[in-house]
Design a protein around this ligand. Structure first.
Ligand SMILES: Cc1cc2nc3c(=O)[nH]c(=O)nc-3n(C[C@H](O)[C@H](O)[C@H](O)COP(=O)(O)OP(=O)(O)OC[C@H]3O[C@@H](n4cnc5c(N)ncnc54)[C@H](O)[C@@H]3O)c2cc1C
Ligand SMILES: *[C@@H]1O[C@H](CO)[C@@H](O)[C@H](O)[C@H]1NC(C)=O
Ligand SMILES: *[C@@H]1O[C@H](CO)[C@@H](O)[C@H](O)[C@H]1NC(C)=O
Ligand SMILES: *[C@@H]1O[C@H](CO)[C@@H](O)[C@H](O)[C@H]1NC(C)=O
Ligand SMILES: *[C@@H]1O[C@H](CO)[C@@H](O)[C@H](O)[C@H]1NC(C)=O
Ligand SMILES: *[C@@H]1O[C@H](CO)[C@@H](O)[C@H](O)[C@H]1NC(C)=O
Ligand SMILES: *[C@@H]1O[C@H](CO)[C@@H](O)[C@H](O)[C@H]1NC(C)=O
Length: 506
């Protein structure tokens, strides 16, 4: 498409097809905005600019600590719409960012800056199942809860993915995608068999192990740097009829650092040999006064009892015990916090928060000292009285975990021989205070300062825009190869934003 055709048509097109664009108030933005919007308009794209009634809602991110104002938001229904939008953005020198479920911790779907052209996948959320090869073709705007429900209820199929029903497939499958079934079935990226991708120059391609294998490799861990995925094809699994839901609560009312460190080190040692069918996290709750070991077991009760005996033998008896056989969907609802899995027509909530992550190498488990220092830190640190926090020690590896069975260089996601991903999350009921940030940083340092120099990684789906050295922490040994591919496919930086491959450090 020629730039002039958009410009020449402007006078009529704006009035006849796109009355919204002519009403832009700010004369400084009028020229660039109206040329881009007229290009979008000429291509028949459905889009919004700043005065549309849903603009406020559509530009309010999940994490209210952030706010970016896009130039326009496009709502594609077809891959060809994404192609046209990317070409328009190229012509007018505007950055492009995909937004699927909008659940980024840093509102990165808005492009991490003002003025991006945001491609919002609200209207591309189809889920289709192919019974001849048991794959599901899923558009990026689909939410995890709807995916789980659709696959289970209509086809008796399932996948491993995250716990929160509202998280979008687009971002989740772009950077990892962990859930309680991941030790058994892998991360969501490990279940991707192919994808359709729109590159920075507007070319649409199909990627798989046999087609564009470099890009197929790169999008399984760092997708937003390489293209806009318009659909994923996933391998599915037989949905379990039932699983064993369980939770063991350990109380530590006096915040004893020794009791905490002993509990966590014994959970860690047990985790090194845990069978892959058990999904488990340790949640540190109520200011550290309660640690809950819980998740679900993908097998029957007699097998679970054997495994839980070995866990409790290591960690000691719990003060609260919950063990129930549940249907697959009932278990997903419980671990997702009790809300229904279907998100259709039900808007999500928001949060105001700061989170960080650490990924721990299996050969260098967390030391007793790091865990005890962490516990004495949270026992004494000051946090604002409007803030609360939790920390989650997620067991990704250990035993015969599928996550760890995949080589570190097989996908862009590098942390394979790793035991835990630890998530540190503090939220506020009011405007964020830097005291909350300092508190979270202090928790992380208490651990990293006591690991005898072992470098710990971080998980890009728990994106932390303040992370120094994010290149190696997110991507470890895969960064150099990612950077070389990125330079080749997006030399002008159409998709460039904070913490994309090739972006500068802080
Ligand atoms: C409440 C909550 C619970 C969570 N639980 C889990 C969990 O259990 N396990 C876990 O692993 N993670 C979890 N996460 C993190 C989650 O995986 C990430 O935030 C994920 O990136 C969100 O995807 P999204 O599509 O909703 O986000 P978006 O904000 O839409 O996108 C996130 C990033 O992906 C890019 N992106 C989005 N769509 C595309 C596309 N089509 N093509 C290319 N790039 C794209 C965006 O540009 C952005 O950089 C959780 C997050 C929240 C807020
Ligand atoms: C934006 O507002 C204009 C004018 O009210 C309307 O015609 C257009 O359909 C709206 N666009 C969207 C995507 O809602
Ligand atoms: C379903 O899968 C089979 C086997 O891979 C393939 O030949 C067929 O084209 C697929 N059907 C659709 C609709 O994609
Ligand atoms: C907590 O401390 C109180 C007062 O020192 C003591 O009486 C109580 O036994 C302690 N509880 C535990 C579980 O250690
Ligand atoms: C539980 O599952 C195992 C297979 O893991 C099987 O051998 C055993 O018979 C089952 N037990 C019951 C009570 O169903
Ligand atoms: C991946 O790692 C293996 C073993 O470490 C090595 O043999 C192989 O060449 C690597 N592959 C690539 C593409 O770097
Ligand atoms: C678009 O970029 C891809 C990847 O770099 C390249 O292979 C292709 O030739 C480019 N297409 C055009 C039309 O420039």
């Amino acid at each position: 498409m020629e730039p002039h055709s958009c410009v020449n048509m402007l006078a009529f097109a704006l009035v006849l097809l796109c009355p919204l664009a002519s009403a832009l108030a700010n004369p400084i933005s009028l020229y660039s905005s109206s040329t881009l919007t007229s290009c979008l308009c000429d291509n028949g794209l459905n889009f919004e600019v700043s005065h549309n009634s849903t603009w406020q809602t559509d530009t309010t991110p999940f994490n209210l600590r952030f706010h970016y104002t896009p130039t326009a938001i496009v709502y594609p229904t077809l891959t060809s719409d994404v192609v046209a939008a990317v070409k328009c953005a190229n012509e007018f020198g505007v950055h492009v960012s995909a937004l699927s479920g909008g659940h980024s911790y840093s509102a990165s779907g808005y492009g991490s800056r003002n003025g991006a052209l945001v491609i919002m996948f609200r209207d591309m959320a189809q889920i289709k199942y192919n019974s001849s090869d048991a794959t599901a073709t899923i558009q990026p705007g689909a939410r995890l809860g709807d995916v789980a429900l659709e696959l289970n209820d209509n086809y008796d199929r399932a996948m491993a993915h995250g716990l929160c029903p509202y998280v979008g497939v687009g971002g989740h499958a772009g950077f990892g995608g962990w859930g309680l079934a991941s030790r058994n079935w892998g991360l969501l990226i490990d279940q991707v068999v192919a994808a359709d991708l729109v590159l920075a120059n507007g070319t649409a391609i199909h990627v798989s192990n046999s087609q564009h294998p470099d890009l197929f490799w790169a999008i399984r861990g760092a997708s937003s740097s390489f293209g806009i995925v318009t659909q994923y094809i996933f391998q599915t699994h037989q949905a379990p009829a039932t699983v064993i839901r369980y939770a063991y609560g350990y109380e530590n009312p006096n915040l004893s650092a020794d009791a905490f460190a002993k509990l966590l080190t014994s959970y860690q040692t047990w985790g090194l040999t845990a069978p892959k069918e058990i999904g488990i996290v340790a949640n540190v709750l109520q200011g550290g006064k309660v640690v809950e070991l819980g998740g679900y077991y993908m097998g029957n009760l007699s097998d679970f009892n054997r495994i839980s005996d070995s866990l409790l033998h290591a960690t000691g008896s719990a003060s609260t015990v919950y063990v129930e056989e549940r249907t697959w969907v009932a278990a997903l609802i419980e671990v997702g916090g009790g809300t229904p899995l279907s998100t259709i027509g039900k808007p999500d909530v928001h949060d105001t928060f700061f989170a960080k992550s650490l990924v721990t190498p299996t050969p260098s488990p967390l030391t007793y000292t790091s865990l005890a220092t962490f516990a004495s830190y949270f026992a004494h640190a000051q946090i604002p009285n409007t803030a609360s926090w939790f920390v989650q020690f997620e067991l990704w590896g250990g035993g015969n975990s599928v996550v760890s069975s995949i080589p570190a260089n097989a996908t862009a996601y590098p942390h394979r021989n790793h035991l835990w991903t630890i998530q540190f999350y503090a939220r506020s009921t009011t405007t964020w205070s830097t005291q909350g940030t300092e508190f979270v940083n202090g928790m992380v340092s208490a651990i990293t300062d006591n690991m005898n120099g072992t470098p710990l990684g971080a998980y890009a789906n728990y994106i932390d825009p303040e992370l120094a050295g994010w290149q190696s922490k997110y991507y470890a040994g895969n960064y150099a190869r990612l950077a070389a591919i990125q330079k080749e496919v997006d030399p002008r930086g159409v998709f460039m934003k904070a913490q994309n491959i090739g972006a500068p450090d802080l």
